[in-house]
Design a protein around this ligand. Structure first.
Ligand SMILES: Cc1cc2nc3c(=O)[nH]c(=O)nc-3n(C[C@H](O)[C@H](O)[C@H](O)COP(=O)(O)O)c2cc1C
Length: 403
């Protein structure tokens, strides 16, 4: 099966197979935003599970702007030995490990960010007031954010990670630069499609300059934001083509934002014809994109993976939620002992509850593994809700105290 074949990237780095663990924010950073033993334990487990590539959950580039309680931040070499231990654990059984690097922009909860920044002062819609309206970044601040992305990438390389992935999807800062709904600037960073993508292109260039030749550089983008007047498929394809010209190593395709979370559909919502949510887009992009492509979202079975790799001709498939429940699923899919992921998730019978609890339910599985426990596919909705509320109240208290 093609999924078992190694892949050599443009930078010369070799992935042992084509199944990647897509980023899942672990929220396991300590009070000083550093990774610790729990993260190392979780990633050892994933490394033993057979994924050729592990992409970490988003690591923030600035402690003043984080997206979730418990985020890890990498901005200087204070905690480098802890990052090195995390990288070592992630690669223990032969997988490669790349750090996803991110800035939340306006998608920073008010409990964590007293003064969120964004390309323009466009507030989040709805969301029950969980996010403060952002202010627009100045030109000097934009330079600083770009330098921070480059600095974090250089530190990730020093710590022993094999690459970084710039998070330009899901409505975070770079995604906000890309979207005409959230980027109303009329300077070098906005005004038309080329200037809206200038931040991302410049970010790629600075990260490349700050890192070594064999260090992989990936970008995760949305196929679309699925919002009227937002970042659409045509503009996304133009971004992909521009990134191809920059020579990046792997472009991961996803979709959606907090306002319209298309990436968080349940597998039940994907059709039999296309297990992967963004398959049509990937198939169309294939003819226009020379480099390596990764497709994430909805993939659950050997048949679905085969269709993505062999029919749509993407190079890598990304799995996220299934690996929160079955960390060794890649090994079993590759050796033929499993045909598909088990169906698991909160199931109260009320769709809105199940949706709201899906992310915490998966996070709690990561936290179980980080303590050395097995994931629990039958984990109840009530236990998830209680854990989530407690965890956020604790984190809110820490944030108010400045911890
Ligand atoms: C708990 C959780 C945390 C996530 N955190 C991130 C993240 O930090 N960065 C990111 O790019 N995507 C994140 N995602 C999205 C996944 O990478 C993926 O795009 C999405 O879950 C669809 O893939 P799946 O159907 O295989 O789960 C997260 C998903 C979950 C469930």
């Amino acid at each position: 099966m093609k999924a078992a074949e190694p892949l050599v990237l443009r930078c010369g780095q070799k992935l042992p197979n084509r199944i990647a663990k897509a980023a899942m924010s672990e929220r396991l950073g300590d009070a000083g935003f550093a990774p610790g033993e729990p993260l190392a334990r979780l990633y050892t487990r994933w490394s033993a599970g057979g994924s050729g590539l592990l992409i970490t959950g988003n690591v923030m580039i600035d402690p003043a702007h984080t997206g979730e309680p418990g985020n890890v931040v990498l901005e200087d070499d204070r905690h480098l030995p802890a990052f090195a231990a995390w990288a070592e654990a992630s690669k223990r059984f032969g997988s490669r490990c790349w750090m996803q690097i991110n800035h939340p922009g306006r998608q920073a909860p008010r409990t964590l960010d007293a003064a969120p920044v964004a390309p323009s002062a466009v507030p989040m819609k709805g969301m029950g007031g969980a996010f403060r309206p952002p202010r627009a970044l100045t030109a000097n601040e934009i330079e600083d954010v770009l330098d921070r992305f480059a600095r974090t990438a250089a530190l990730a390389e020093r710590a022993g990670f094999d690459g970084v992935q710039i998070h330009a999807a899901h409505g975070y800062l770079i995604s906000q630069f890309l979207s005409p709904r959230t980027n109303l600037r009329e300077d070098a960073w906005g005004g038309d499609a080329e200037r809206r993508r200038a931040f991302l292109v410049e970010c790629v260039r600075r990260v490349r300059k700050a890192t070594g030749a064999g260090f992989a550089l990936s970008v995760k983008i949305n196929s679309a934001d699925f919002q009227k007047g937002g970042f659409d498929q045509e503009e996304s394809m133009a971004v992909a083509v521009a990134l191809d010209a920059e020579g990046i190593d792997l472009l991961e395709i996803s979709g959606g934002t907090y306002e319209h979370p298309e990436m968080a559909q349940s597998a039940r919502e994907s059709t039999r014809a296309r297990e992967a949510f963004f398959l049509e887009y990937a198939t169309q992009l294939r003819d226009r994109y020379e480099g390596h492509l990764m497709l994430t979202g909805g993939l659950r079975s050997v048949d679905g993976i085969r269709a993505a790799l062999e029919v749509s001709r993407v190079d890598v498939v990304g799995l996220a939620r299934p690996l929160a429940v079955e960390p060794d699923l890649p090994r079993r899919l590759l050796d033929g002992t499993s045909k598909a992921a088990i169906e698991a998730g909160p199931s109260t019978g009320i769709d809105a509850f199940d949706r709201a609890l899906a992310a915490p339910w998966h996070e709690l599985q990561l936290h179980r593994m980080s303590r050395g426990e097995a994931p629990d596919p039958r984990l109840g909705a009530l236990r998830t809700a209680v854990w989530y509320l407690r965890d956020h109240l604790r984190a809110g208290g820490r944030a108010r105290r400045g911890g």
